[in-house]
Design a protein around this ligand. Structure first.
Ligand SMILES: Cc1cc2nc3c(=O)[nH]c(=O)nc-3n(C[C@H](O)[C@H](O)[C@H](O)COP(=O)(O)O)c2cc1C
Length: 423
């Protein structure tokens, strides 16, 4: 029987995804010293481009070269005027788009600004310069004293952005989207999850502003809504604009606020919403730790519920916004799990992260009809930690090890080397 994962889907802008399996954003950390894409990065996407994906979301591309998530993030230069005035820049990004889309898979660039989650030394702002954020609320990766010291060393204290700076960053997102459209990409995804700047604006714990960008749920959403409306004015009609949003953190603060934000995004005409969760202080996007349970309190019976980290949030979102295209990312490892999520109408598109770093052609494998369900999957063990690392009282250590391990596999793909799942 043909899998429902093979069905094409059309986004509101008219862009068609040839199937339901999307490679989720994974920071490759393969930029050169000027933060341009390198040949290794292009090779990684050359491999993913041959994988039979329904969509390829790039790893985060930072919109401000002064504020990066990590020192080797890709980031276009601060201002972009026109393709005529910056032909070399457009060509280098066009090669990237071509590698992704050479076999008909649309590629969507994830645009990001880390705000207060920018490591010291990541970006051209200087070692001792502060980060920027909606409000001057320092980042704490945990409550213990080791975590507090580490937070202070790793992340400079943020300062509150002026109104002019907020408008400036909106402009940086818009310029970056325009560059990506000129380079031939099919869309952008605004990274509004995992504790980065857009998420910092959305979240009442990190946005204490009293101007038009804070104070009420609607005002906290204005920053991302401004980016969406300004971007629409400058990109082609068929260029997709999506948003990656957190389910978990906000729901613990005020679930209804998050639903209001989704309503506003839906009314703004986004093409898709990707559901994820977590931040540096509580990295739920990498799955439950040994002390946490998944969203479900009892052992779930359905395959999708056993795999997907944020299934019940997606299901609730679907009930309230039946026409919003939903991508659900986190935990999917098998054909049965992914099909189950689609069949129970929890989402339209399945986001796949870590399996894509082990097998760049994961969709071809999953959709191979000659494979029985029991074999169509890639269960992955958690990355092992040496005993002395496990003793460290730092919550983020497991997620950090996962990121490092899979980041290394991505680098191996770029060098033409074989990859391996954690032992
Ligand atoms: C190496 C690595 C890098 C990641 N970088 C990003 C990123 O740039 N942007 C993002 O939204 N999520 C990022 N993530 C999170 C993934 O998109 C995804 O949400 C997470 O891995 C859970 O999906 P999975 O269980 O299929 O891996 C990254 C994950 C990994 C493993």
């Amino acid at each position: 029987m043909v899998s429902p994962l093979s069905d094409a889907i059309k986004l509101p802008c008219g862009l068609v995804l040839p199937n339901r399996l999307a490679k989720a954003a994974m920071a490759e950390m393969l930029a050169d010293w000027d933060h341009n894409p390198t040949p290794d990065l292009i090779e990684v996407y050359n491999q993913w481009g041959q994988g039979g994906w329904g969509a390829i979301l790039t790893g985060n591309v930072q919109v401000d070269i002064n504020h990066l998530g990590s020192p080797f993030d890709t980031a276009p230069p601060s201002t972009y005027t026109t393709a005529d005035q910056s032909p070399t820049l457009v060509q280098s990004w066009a090669k990237y788009a071509e590698a992704c889309q050479q076999h008909g898979t649309p590629a969507i660039v994830q645009l990001c600004h880390p705000g207060r989650q920018s490591f010291r030394g990541a970006g051209k702002r200087g070692l001792f310069a502060s980060t920027v954020a909606p409000s001057a609320v320092p980042l704490r990766i945990g409550e213990g004293w080791v975590e507090c010291v580490l937070s202070k060393v790793a992340f400079p204290a943020p300062r509150e952005m002026s109104r002019g700076e907020v408008e400036g960053v909106v402009g940086q997102f818009v310029d970056a989207a325009r560059l990506m459209a000129d380079a031939g990409f099919s869309g952008v995804e605004l990274h509004g999850a995992h504790g980065y700047l857009i998420d910092q604006f959305l979240n009442p714990k990190t946005n204490l502003r009293t101007d038009e960008y804070g104070g009420s749920v609607e005002k906290r959403t204005k920053f991302v809504l401004d980016i969406i409306s300004e971007t629409r004015k400058v990109v082609p009609a068929k260029f997709a604009i999506g948003v990656k949003l957190n389910s978990a953190d906000h729901s613990s603060v005020n679930f209804e606020d998050t639903m209001t934000q989704i309503r506003l995004l839906n009314e703004a005409g986004i093409d898709f919403l990707e559901v994820s969760g977590g931040s540096y202080s509580d990295p739920k996007m990498m799955g439950p730790t040994t002390t946490q349970q998944p969203e479900q309190s009892q052992q779930p019976t359905r395959t999708a519920a056993r795999e997907a980290f944020f299934l019940s949030f997606a299901t609730e979102t679907r009930t309230r916004f039946p026409n919003l295209i939903l991508m659900l990312t986190g935990g999917f490892r098998t054909r049965a799990g992914a099909e189950d999520a689609i069949k129970q109408n929890a989402c339209d598109v399945i986001g796949i992260g870590r399996p894509a770093a082990i097998n760049p052609k994961f969709p071809q494998f999953l959709l191979d009809e000659s494979l029985p369900d029991g074999e169509a999957g890639l269960p992955l063990k958690k990355v092992g930690l040496p005993w002395y690392v496990r003793l460290l009282p730092i919550k983020a250590v497991g997620a950090g090890a996962e990121s490092m391990y899979y980041g290394n596999q991505i680098k191996r793909i770029g060098k033409g080397l074989t990859t391996s799942a954690p032992a």
